[in-house]
Design a protein around this ligand. Structure first.
Ligand code: SF4
Length: 541
């Protein structure tokens, strides 16, 4: 058996390859990006499977659906907030009769290391009635991805794999098993299972509900939902999910008595095992990374059956509701003392907030915007998700919002229509292609009095510098193509020597009563450096 050291993300990617993957689609988003980066490198080296970045998570999901429809296996991956963008195809795909296995790998970010919220993707699985697998470590990430394709084809449904940051971004040795062949091309013969007209959809919905019992039984019998009852001691039962099991095991030896333990790695959760555990113990502690999904279900499931059971978890404050779990948090929730660490006094360094890189093109655009707004009595600057969100911090402190991909444009439109002008929206080139074009159509349709600034750094910088889907020069065609007045459309370099010129244009356009668009363009210096280093390395070979 071969072994390989892999990130959790890479274990999912290689698991998919070894499951006979034909194609993978994604939009970059921390902490899921490395799944597709691994597959793109794999394709460059071995020629397959197909792996590509897409405009956004919805288009990625739909492309994966097309692969499934013709009988082949597909992987679509994204970060948790990306699943909101893909929610439309996700919810509807639950009613399809999946042909080739379709696996949806979603990486959640509890603790919000690089995200706007902590949402827990297991709720989407529950909402859509989809099976979900939650690995504990890299080995399980590999094995569960393979298993997910089997489940997907067996139940003819998409299957979600839920990762979290600590697993996605840590490495371990993974034991690999033999790859299987790619599935043959075989377009679905079940047309009704893919055409969700109401008459078909009602039947598909009923089939989905009918399979729930099967799935429930599978979950109750699954080895990844392992129940270990301590017959000699009934004081405490512990339920863990995902990586919470690692933190629980780290502390287990320090407990005076081994609690009964149920670990859950597959959803729908194993209700029989949950009932068995609850009936066996006096107190239940629930350790889950994310929202208290199981805790809510258990509190709803059990009170009438066993009113004297004490349940601890996030809902009663035993475990903090916000942020990631840690070994110490789990230790405290088990009633163990936290050992005193060794205090090491470091140097009294000044705190250093995150900043744009020195020489970043966005600095020049923000300097220009700051000049352009001088003397204005009121203004509103909405922004979006990318390196340029750091414009919220000193020394710029210019932007006033960051909500979700593409929101800057719609929000500036709304603020302007409410009477607050000038309204300026700041969006990066990649975010504009992801979700900015449609709100720009809204603004162009009504010639909204606002100014859109597209910060074109010719890459998706924040997630590691993925190439743009289309060359930056084509942004102009898109902007003009949706109906922006060419007299109020400008493309300028974001450069220290052009700050005054850019500021002048921005001020003029902010005073114009109608829609204007300015593209400030210069390549991200980090991407430029990386390209130069790669070119030099290639030349020296
Ligand atoms: S990575 Fe690129 S875009 Fe991001 S702050 Fe640095 S130079 Fe600017």
């Amino acid at each position: 058996m071969k072994e390989q050291v892999l990130l959790g993300d890479e274990a999912v990617a290689l698991g998919a390859v070894h499951a006979g993957l034909t194609a993978a689609y994604a939009y970059p988003g921390t902490p899921s990006t490395e799944i597709t980066e691994f597959l793109i490198r794999y394709k460059e080296r071995y020629g397959s499977p197909h792996a590509a970045w897409c405009a956004n998570e919805k288009t990625a999901f739909e492309e994966a659906l097309g692969v499934s429809m013709v009988g082949r296996r597909a992987l679509v991956s994204m970060k948790h907030v990306g699943l909101n963008v893909a929610a439309d195809p996700l919810m509807n795909s639950a009613l399809l009769s999946i042909e080739g296995g379709l696996v949806v790998a979603v990486a959640d970010d509890p603790g919000m290391h690089s995200s706007q919220n902590e949402q827990d993707s297991r709720f989407y699985a529950d909402f859509a009635h989809l099976p979900c697998l939650e690995p504990t470590d890299q080995q399980e990430a590999y094995e569960m991805t393979r298993e997910a394709f089997e489940l997907s084809e067996w139940y003819r449904t998409p299957v979600i794999i839920r990762l979290v940051t600590r697993l996605a971004h840590s490495r371990a040795v993974v034991h690999l098993s033999n790859p299987v062949e790619e599935r043959p091309l075989r377009k679905t013969t079940n047309r009704a299972g893919w055409i969700l007209l109401p008459a078909n959809a009602r039947k598909q919905w009923q089939s989905l509900l009918d399979r729930e019992n099967d799935l429930q039984e599978r979950s109750d019998n699954s080895p990844v939902n392992h129940l270990d009852l301590n017959k000699a001691d009934k004081s405490l039962g512990v339920i863990t999910t995902g990586i919470a099991r690692n933190y629980y095991f780290e502390n287990l030896d320090d407990l005076s008595c081994k609690p009964s333990h149920l670990h859950i790695g597959m959803y729908p959760p194993p209700l029989d095992k949950m009932r068995k555990l609850a009936a066996h113990v006096n107190t239940l502690l629930i350790l889950e990374e994310g929202y208290p999904l199981l805790e809510r279900q258990i509190r709803g499931l059990l009170p009438r059956a066993k009113g004297d059971l004490v349940i601890h978890g996030k809902m009663d404050g035993t475990v903090p509701a916000a942020g990631e779990l840690t070994p110490d948090i789990v230790r405290k929730s088990l009633g163990l003392e936290i050992p005193q660490g060794i205090r090491i006094d470091g140097l009294p360094l000044a705190t250093r907030p995150p900043q744009l890189c020195a020489g970043c093109p966005h600095c020049d655009t923000y300097n220009a915007l700051t000049h352009a707004m001088e003397g204005l009595e009121q203004s509103v600057v909405t922004a979006d998700i990318g390196c340029y969100t750091l414009g919220a911090l000193p020394p710029y402190s210019t932007i006033e919002s960051c909500v979700c991909m593409g929101a800057s444009i719609g929000m500036a439109k709304g603020a302007s229509e409410a009477g607050y002008r000038p309204a300026v929206a700041m969006i990066g080139d990649s975010t504009f292609l992801h979700s900015g074009i449609t709100p720009l159509i809204d603004a162009a349709a009504g010639n909204t009095d606002m100014t859109l600034v597209i910060l074109d750094n010719e890459t998706t910088a924040m997630t590691g510098g993925q190439d743009p889907l289309i060359p930056s020069s084509r942004l102009e065609q898109i902007v003009l193509g949706v109906g922006v007045d060419p007299n109020h459309f400008h493309v300028l370099p974001a450069h220290p020597k052009k700050v005054d010129q850019l500021a002048g244009i921005l001020r003029t356009e902010m005073e114009h009563k109608g829609l204007s668009v300015v593209i400030a363009v210069r390549e991200c210096i980090e991407t430029a450096k990386r390209k130069k280093a790669t070119a030099a390395a290639t030349a020296n070979r």
